[in-house]
Design a protein around this ligand. Structure first.
Ligand SMILES: *Cc1c(COP(=O)(O)O)cnc(C)c1O
Length: 413
């Protein structure tokens, strides 16, 4: 065990090759933000970009801007940039809709590509919307497909010749546990099934190589590690080899081969554009582009190295300074199995998180008892970990969490 001090951590910040990125984000002085895995912080450039899109492109350009500012290719332009972060090629990713809607589009298309097979496989405790969407699809295709879940140790066994599609979240939202994407993709393919990866907690957080592992489909979130802003569009990936066969059910005009021919008959666009449905949210997609640009200018290996180190140091600090207060580590200790977050369980988790937030230290709480801390190497500093753990130790030593105001339930946690 290394005994860190605030000074030794400050030295790591000084030597950090990524430290200059922090200036690109609008962080309030004194705030320690460990929740970029839920809502990324505001890139300073996003403010100017919003003003430009609103005042010039919309305000002055009006309808002309679909052409003059190329709004029409925004989903593909941002998608191509995002592709570089997840090991995909240009022409394999678009940004559109929400992660939930994209999941429906891709899962429905995928089961149609495996007629005669009746199973969609996932795991219990997957992110709720993923299971809800699959349940919705199951209801919609009643009698044709059913959702079957099994804990991750047994997943390989339930993926069988009757499986059309496997839907898994690469980095688990609560525990931060990371799947072996290559091994599960291989297992799905071994029995002729397709696989769809949810990259909501991976894109911009950990290196992902969709094409190297031969993944079929993927979706993910724009407002988490990509810093695309609240409710930013999600993204979808369809491997080139599947695009000709890929037909998704939300066949809106933006996915048409020639939307402005105003034909009565739907004909899907060639390539990834057929993944689109309706009109692009131009403001939101333009802001997402700013976040993606920043992420694409950083070295993903450097991000991963720092993220692993932040997690390791955080765990050590908690064990050294908060021993005996009843925390248990929920995330894997082995950094190679962990995404860019560390979760702790505590029966007073909700109140403890409220006490931290009152001190301007923001993580989040996930029912029933999980305190989640996300590390975003572009703006999280090593000293933030020290300050956060000292605050946590004080909150526990003084039982600060035990105040009535920290126990009031909130609509969003
Ligand atoms: C955050 C998250 C989502 C979010 O879906 P929305 O449609 O944007 O609300 C979906 N899946 C996973 C795994 C997530 O972590």
């Amino acid at each position: 065990m290394t005994h860190f001090t605030r000074d030794s951590l400050a030295r790591l910040d000084q030597d950090d090759a990524l430290s200059s990125f922090r200036e690109q984000f609008d962080l309030e002085p004194g705030l320690i933000y460990l929740n970029g895995n839920s809502l990324g912080v505001l890139p300073k450039a996003a403010k100017a970009r919003v003003a430009e899109v609103v005042e010039q492109e919309w305000g002055r350009g009006l309808i002309r801007s679909w052409n003059t500012h190329d709004w029409i290719s925004l989903p593909e332009r941002v998608g191509d940039k995002l592709a570089t972060l997840i090991g995909a090629e240009a022409g394999e990713v678009v940004v559109a809709d929400s992660t939930s809607v994209n999941l429906f589009k891709l899962a429905a298309a995928a089961v149609r590509m495996r007629p005669g097979r009746s199973k969609i496989v996932s795991e219990p405790g997957n992110f709720p919307t993923d299971l809800y969407i699959l349940q919705g699809l199951e209801g919609f295709l009643e009698g044709e497909v059913r959702l079957e879940t099994a804990p991750r140790e047994q997943l390989k066994e339930i993926i069988d010749e009757d499986t059309a599609l496997v839907v898994l979240t690469h980095v688990h939202y609560k525990s931060g546990k990371m799947f072996d994407m290559a091994a599960l993709t291989d297992r799905a393919h071994e029995v002729g099934a397709l696989i769809l990866w949810d990259l909501s907690h991976s894109a911009g957080a950990v290196p992902v190589e969709l094409n190297a592992v031969q993944a079929d489909f993927a979706v993910g979130c724009g407002y988490k590690y990509l810093n695309g802003g609240p409710g930013a569009p999600g993204f979808l990936f369809v491997a080139k080899r599947h695009q000709a066969e890929f037909r998704q059910p939300l066949s809106g005009w933006f996915g048409h081969a020639n939307p402005f021919a105003m034909s009565d008959v739907y004909e899907p666009a060639a390539g990834i554009k057929r993944g689109l449905c309706g009109t692009t949210g131009v403001l939101a997609a333009s802001v997402l582009e700013v976040g993606v640009d920043i992420m694409a200018s950083a070295d993903m290996e450097a991000i991963r190295t720092k993220s692993r180190q932040l997690g390791d140091i955080f765990i050590e600090l908690v064990e050294q300074h908060c021993a005996g207060y009843g925390f248990t580590l929920v995330s894997p200790r082995d950094e190679s199995l962990r995404g860019s977050q560390v979760s702790l369980a505590h029966e007073q988790g909700f109140a403890i998180m409220q006490a931290l937030i009152a001190r301007n230290i923001i993580g989040d709480f996930r029912a029933p008892d999980i305190l989640r801390f996300g590390f975003t190497p572009l703006y999280t500093r090593y000293v933030d970990l020290w300050d956060m753990v000292q605050a946590l130790a004080e909150i526990m030593a003084r039982e600060e969490w035990n105040r009535r105001e920290f126990k009031k339930k909130l609509a969003v946690t």
